[in-house]
Design a protein around this ligand. Structure first.
Ligand SMILES: Cc1ncc(C[n+]2csc(CCOP(=O)(O)OP(=O)(O)O)c2C)c(N)n1
Ligand code: SF4
Length: 300
C-alpha cells in the first residue's frame, strides 16, 4: 500500500474572496486562483487588473464578483499602475497593504511586457501574478506569445508554430528578489508561494498555469486534472527562484527523472485545441521541455 500524504486544508475564508454570481465560465481557473490569493494575502490587497477575462469575471462597479479593492487599468499598464500605487503607499508609511498586479498572458507576455520590465527593473514592492491561460481568451481565443506550439487558436487555425515564450525566465534575468511558477492544479503550492512572496520586499513575479476550458476546448470538470497533467508530463515545471538559485517545488520533484513523467499525449488528447497536433509539433515540444529541465538543473 502506498503512503498517502496529508495536505492541510486551505483556510476557510478563501471562499469569501470570489462572491456568488460572478460571470466566469464554468470551470474557470481565474475564480479558483483568486480564492487562493484572498486566502494567502487577506483583505488588505489592492488588485490592479488590465483588460482581460478577470475584468469581466469581477464585473463592473457598483457590482463586483470580487470581495476586495480592484483598479481596472488599460491593457498595457498593470505593472506601471501597480508601481504608482506601491510608491504612494510607501510615501504614506502604509506597509500592511499588498499591491498585486494580476494579468493574463496577453497583458503580460505581450502588450504589458514593457511596463512589467520597467517595474521589475525599478524593483517596486509588488507581487505580479501572470495567470497563463495561453491565449487572449477575453476577445475570442487569439494566440499570444505564451501559446504553446501545436495549439489551435482563432489566429493559428493550423496550430501555432513558434515556441512558448518563457516569461518566468525573462523575469529571472531582471534579477528581481523572487520568481516562481505555480499551477491551479496545486493550490497549496500556489498558496505557499504567495505567502512567501508577501514577506519579501521588492518585486515578486509568479506565473500561474491556468487551463481555460473555453479556450482550450475541454470539459469544465477537467480544469484541475489538465493542470495536474501538465505537471505530471513534465511540460509545466513548478519551481522557485531566489538569490540566484532555483528550488524545484514538491509536485514537480519526481519528474526531474524523465522516466517518471506521464506521456505527453495524455495531456494533449483531452484538449480540443491540440486536435490537429503533428508529430513535428510534438517533437518541438519535447525539445523545449528537455531544454527547460536542463536549464533548471543548471541553477539548482
Ligand atoms: C490597447 C488594447 N488593445 C486591445 C484591447 C482588446 N483586449 C481586451 S482584453 C484582450 C485580451 C486579453 O488577453 P489576456 O491578457 O491573455 O487575458 P485573458 O483574456 O486570457 O484573461 C484584448 C486583446 C484592449 N483592451 N486594449
Ligand atoms: S474564457 Fe477561460 S479564462 Fe475566460 S472566463 Fe472563460 S474559462 Fe475563464
Amino acid at each position: 500500500m502506498g503512503v498517502s500524504r496529508v495536505v492541510p486544508p486551505l483556510p476557510r475564508d478563501m471562499r469569501e474572496t470570489v462572491l456568488p454570481g460572478h460571470a466566469a465560465c464554468h470551470g474557470c481557473p481565474i475564480t479558483m486562483a483568486l480564492k487562493v490569493v484572498g486566502a494567502a494575502l487577506g483583505k488588505k490587497v489592492i488588485l490592479v487588473v488590465p483588460a482581460c477575462c478577470t475584468s469581466v469575471v469581477v464585473g463592473a462597479w457598483p457590482g463586483s464578483g470580487f470581495n476586495g479593492s480592484i483598479i481596472h487599468v488599460a491593457f498595457a499598464s498593470a505593472a506601471a499602475v501597480a508601481s504608482g500605487v506601491a510608491e504612494a503607499l510607501a510615501r504614506r508609511g502604509i506597509n500592511d497593504v499588498h499591491v498585486v498586479a494580476w494579468a493574463g498572458d496577453g497583458g503580460t507576455a505581450d502588450i504589458g511586457m514593457a511596463s512589467l520590465s520597467g517595474a521589475a527593473e525599478r524593483n517596486h514592492n509588488m507581487i505580479y501574478i501572470m495567470y497563463d491561460n495561453e491565449a487572449y481568451m477575453n476577445t475570442g481565443i487569439q494566440r499570444s506569445s505564451a501559446t504553446p506550439p501545436g495549439a489551435w487558436t482563432t489566429t493559428t487555425p493550423l496550430g501555432k508554430k513558434e515556441p512558448k515564450k518563457d516569461v518566468a525566465r525573462i523575469m529571472i534575468a531582471h534579477g528581481v528578489p523572487y520568481v516562481a511558477t505555480a499551477s491551479i492544479g496545486y493550490p497549496h503550492d500556489f498558496y505557499a508561494k504567495l505567502k512567501k512572496a508577501s514577506k519579501i520586499k521588492g518585486f515578486k513575479f509568479i506565473q500561474l498555469h491556468a487551463p481555460c476550458p473555453t479556450g482550450w476546448r475541454f470539459d469544465p470538470s477537467l480544469t484541475v486534472k489538465i493542470a495536474k497533467l501538465a505537471v505530471e508530463t513534465g511540460l509545466w515545471i513548478l519551481y522557485e527562484y531566489e538569490n540566484g538559485k532555483i528550488t524545484l517545488s514538491g509536485p514537480s520533484k519526481p519528474y526531474i527523472d524523465k522516466s517518471k513523467r506521464k506521456p505527453m499525449i495524455e495531456y494533449f488528447k483531452l484538449q480540443g485545441r491540440f486536435k490537429g497536433i503533428t508529430e513535428e509539433d510534438i517533437k518541438a515540444i519535447e525539445r523545449y521541455v528537455d531544454e527547460a529541465w536542463e536549464w533548471i538543473k543548471k541553477y539548482m
